[in-house]
Design a protein around this ligand. Structure first.
Ligand code: FAD
Ligand code: COA
Length: 398
């Protein structure tokens, strides 16, 4: 497996970089300050062909590789974490699961939405089921051909602005017997019973709503049920496997933020003078900048390698631990790199006039959302030890 970039990929990267610096960067501070979803950035991404990038040509998409999409996410996040996250969810996560497991009609519906600029929401986490996602209690009760959903999800990125919502729910047959976990598609403004309860005030990434969502007798017809390949019984494993794409995407946003912060710190160190010399001449800073560049190169290698391991869209990750490794390392390294970049700026880095302050708040999320760094280590450990490592008190090493 290789992730050497092709000439076409360098071209995508250059186009994305130009869009990021010319259009996205000038708006980034305002997006953070107003906390408003940047619809104009979404339109710019869509016009550039940067939403639905991996949608196959037979569904009207450009059929790009997953790594192509990762390159775009990285460029956006270098200047605006929120736009990086929009690029993730317009290309990965819910759309990956539907392209992988949906019916032809569901794949077409989801493809048309992302190609026209929608950033679907993926609804897994519940107030009492965060890391323990498999303990979700949102239920889908079978009524004839349809299902009736009841429950609450929270921390749903884009809730209220996304149109397509892919909801993970525990499925029960007509007799109330549990069948496993399935995916259910609800469309904002079209599916009655989809209720946006309240927005979470967040530390960073403020231009995109994090929403609590309730489902109240929400009826989902048979055409909107995503039945994973092995049925509901193995539905959780299948849906999480498709979700691995979003883990790589989340790591890429962190990588982009850290790269943007590092590049700003390098420039600043050459301009800022103390003791009659540019601060770049001090060995104390050489070692900091060198360490930052080592961390970023390692993070980029892991991220691109994980991205390149994924086949054409529709195929889940061959090794979930590879996505987990990439996200653990990249998120942790990026938090350190952004913190050190802010340090290079001294007090100027602590000012809200400086983008470093925003980037520092934004990057902090990535060891939490999308599977915490601790949980992802359990995924890697299970692979290393070739053991099933259930986390429940009564299930350890069973
Ligand atoms: P908890 O599970 O309560 O964990 C608390 C602490 O305990 C953590 O440090 C955790 O690592 C640790 N811990 C828990 N279990 C173990 C264990 N077995 N071993 C070791 N340590 C453990 N969810 C969605 O479904 N859709 C979204 O779009 C979405 N977007 C998000 C966006 C943001 C900005 C954030 C912050 C979260 C988002 N989430 C989303 C939710 C996210 O996936 C959860 O926050 C995450 O899975 C952790 O769950 P929790 O917050 O309930 O923490
Ligand atoms: N990719 C592929 N398969 C996965 C997977 C992934 N990311 N996560 C879980 N699975 C599979 C497991 O391999 C297991 O399959 P098996 O029965 O063949 O062994 C099955 O799903 C159940 O997983 P298990 O680890 O037994 O579940 P658990 O109840 O102990 O919970 C998780 C652990 C999976 C819930 C936890 O590791 C996790 O990922 N939590 C974070 C949730 C998250 O990322 N939320 C983000 C929302 S945006």
């Amino acid at each position: 497996m290789t992730w050497d970039l092709t000439p076409d990929q360098y071209a995508i990267q250059a186009t994305a970089r130009a869009l990021a610096t010319e259009v996205i960067e000038p708006r980034a501070a305002e997006v953070d300050a107003t906390e408003e979803y940047p619809w104009d950035n979404v339109a710019a991404l869509q016009e550039a062909g940067f939403t639905g990038m991996t949608v196959p040509t037979e569904l009207g998409g450009p059929g790009h590789s997953f790594l192509d999409a990762v390159l775009v996410v990285e460029e956006m996040a270098k200047v605006c974490g929120v736009t990086g996250r929009i690029a993730v969810e317009a290309n990965m996560g819910a759309i990956s699961a539907i392209l992988a497991y949906g019916t032809d009609a569901q794949r077409k519906l989801a493809a048309d939405l992302v190609l026209s600029g929608d950033k679907p929401a993926i609804c897994i986490t519940e107030p009492e089921a965060g890391s323990a996602a498999s303990e979700m209690t949102t239920r889908a009760d079978r009524r004839g051909d349809s299902y009736v959903l009841n429950g609450t999800k929270h921390w749903i990125t884009g809730g209220g602005v996304s149109r397509l919502h892919l909801i993970f729910a525990r499925v029960y047959d007509e007799h109330g017997v549990e069948e496993g976990i399935g995916g259910f598609i609800a469309i904002r403004d079209e599916t009655p019973g989809l209720r946006f309860v309240r927005r979470e005030p967040t530390m960073g990434l403020r231009g995109i709503p994090e929403m609590e969502i309730a489902f109240e007798d929400m009826e989902i017809g048979p055409d909107m049920v995503v039945l994973p390949p092995s049925g509901f019984r193995r539905g959780f494993a299948d849906l999480m496997n498709a979700y691995n794409s979003q883990r790589v995407g989340a790591g890429t946003v962190a990588l982009g933020l850290a790269t943007g912060a590092y590049e700003r710190a390098v420039e600043f160190s050459k301009e800022r003078e103390q003791f009659g010399r540019p601060i770049a001449e001090f060995q104390g800073l050489h070692w900091m900048l060198a360490d930052m560049s080592v961390q970023l190169e390692a993070a980029r290698s892991l991220t691109y390698r994980a991205a390149a391991s994924r086949g054409p869209d529709g195929s889940p990750f061959p090794d979930p631990a590879m996505a987990a490794r990439a996200k653990i390392f990249t998120a942790e390294a990026s938090i350190k790199v952004v913190s050190d970049a802010l340090q290079v700026f001294g007090a100027a880095g602590y000012s809200r006039r400086n983008p470093l302050e925003r980037m520092y708040r934004d990057v902090r999320m990535f060891t939490i959302g999308g599977g915490t760094a601790q949980i992802l280590r359990t995924v890697v450990a299970g692979r290393v030890l070739e053991m099933k490592l259930p986390q429940r008190r009564d299930g350890f090493l069973r």
